[in-house]
Write a protein that binds this ligand. Structure first.
Ligand SMILES: *Cc1c(COP(=O)(O)O)cnc(C)c1O
Length: 385
């Protein structure tokens, strides 16, 4: 039985996360550890709570996108390693050594700036070198015809940096159906292995090695580097459920999203609903207003697209334009709808379920995008933590 908690709220199930961590561990070699990617407030789920749960489950290494996110985890009590995957601006360099964080050494130029700072302040800055094997985002470019291994060696040799790892990132690990994409991923892996071999050959210790994101784990589970870097998978879904994968794990979505009915009224034939008057009742309809809108993270692009939510374990269609704080649904035929009833926007109600994938398909994006947009004003509640 669903219980009301707010006008709109997000519920996260700790048991689901524990289960998903186990499923991931079952896929990967025993010697490989999980580096939990909890960036962007753990994909909107709440980074402090989720990271603490993961730490209790034995996860010792985390990755975030920014120094602010790393500081937030330290404050929450995360004592393990935290790798900042993104760029840290100069004015925040001091946090890197003060809080014992690992920085992405994302280019030779950037590593040199960090080294200079560390030299000046008599500190050591720790981090992992990023290798660009084809993503063309961050990292030292190491492609067949643009192979800058000398730059990698130079970073290892910078006096005031402690290079403790080497990593790269897949750009099409999700794509199995297109031969060219598969070959691309396999070649990214070969290039990464070549860099590792060259580093060893040069007498340097590469440190911890890691390559796979969630789709890297699902489609290339046999790779056995020191870490895998799953993000979205720990939360129980993939970026796009229409994409087939190589393995068959059973993940459980951790997130559910709810809101309350504020008002129900009869809208007579010919009357319109909402801004822009894009929906007009073809006959008398019972319309309920739900207390959640695009300022809460419901994509406005889902207006008038036939997107459905759940009420009393039945499907109800969103009608008219989604407003900033509210949306309207057609509840004709659903019995006893009243103010205070709970609407499920993501999750299970009785035998019915609305998935994040339905939303993503409706607005032509990926799940990662949508879950990150559930805004700060939606309170998060944690069950089984
Ligand atoms: C976001 C990110 C990940 C995790 O990606 P998922 O697809 O959520 O598993 C891993 N590595 C890097 C470098 C990332 O930016």
């Amino acid at each position: 039985m669903l219980q009301s908690k707010s006008r709109a709220w997000l519920q996260v199930d700790g048991d689901a996360v524990r289960h998903n961590l186990k499923e991931i561990k079952n896929l990967i070699p025993e010697t490989t550890e999980i580096m939990a990617v909890v960036k962007a407030n753990c994909y909107g789920h709440g980074d402090r709570q989720l990271s603490m749960l993961m730490q209790q489950e034995g996860i010792k290494t985390f990755a975030v996108s920014s120094v602010d996110e790393a500081l937030n985890l330290r404050e929450a009590g995360i004592s393990g390693e935290i790798l900042i995957l993104g760029y840290t601006p100069k004015e925040h360099f001091h946090y890197l050594h003060e809080k014992q964080l690992l920085q992405n050494f994302l280019s030779l130029d950037y590593a040199s700036q960090l080294d200079e700072y560390a030299s000046l302040h008599h500190v050591v800055i720790r981090g992992h070198i990023k290798i660009d094997t084809g993503m063309a985002r961050l990292g030292i470019r190491c492609l067949d015809d643009d192979y800058n291994i000398q730059e990698v060696f130079e970073i290892y040799k910078l006096q005031h940096l402690s290079v403790e790892g080497l990593f790269s990132h897949f750009s099409v690990a999700d794509s199995l159906d297109i031969e060219d994409d598969r070959a691309y991923t396999i070649h990214q892996r070969e290039l990464f292995d070549q860099v590792i071999a060259d580093v060893l050959q040069a007498g340097l210790n590469p440190g911890k090695l890691h390559l796979q994101n969630s789709y890297g784990v699902l489609n290339y589970p046999e790779l056995c580097y020191d870490y895998v870097r799953p993000g979205i998978l720990m939360l129980g879904f993939t970026s796009d459920d229409s994409i087939s994968i190589n393995t068959s794990p059973e993940f459980i979505p951790a997130m559910s999203l709810y809101a309350e009915v504020s008002r129900v009224r009869l809208v007579k034939k010919g009357c319109s609903v909402g801004y822009g008057r894009h929906y007009k009742a073809k006959e008398d309809r019972l319309i309920a207003t739900v207390s959640i809108g695009y300022a809460d993270g419901i994509p406005r692009a889902a207006s008038n697209q036939g997107m459905q939510v759940l009420l009393h374990s039945q499907r109800a269609e969103i009608v008219g334009n989604i407003c900033m704080d509210q949306l309207m649904i057609d509840v004709t035929g659903i019995e006893h709808v009243k103010s205070g009833d709970i609407v499920t926007l993501i999750g299970q109600d009785g035998n019915e379920r609305v998935t994040i994938d339905e939303w993503s398909r409706c607005v032509h994006t990926i799940n990662n995008d949508l879950v990150c947009q559930i805004s700060a004003r939606v309170p998060r509640f944690y069950e089984h933590f």
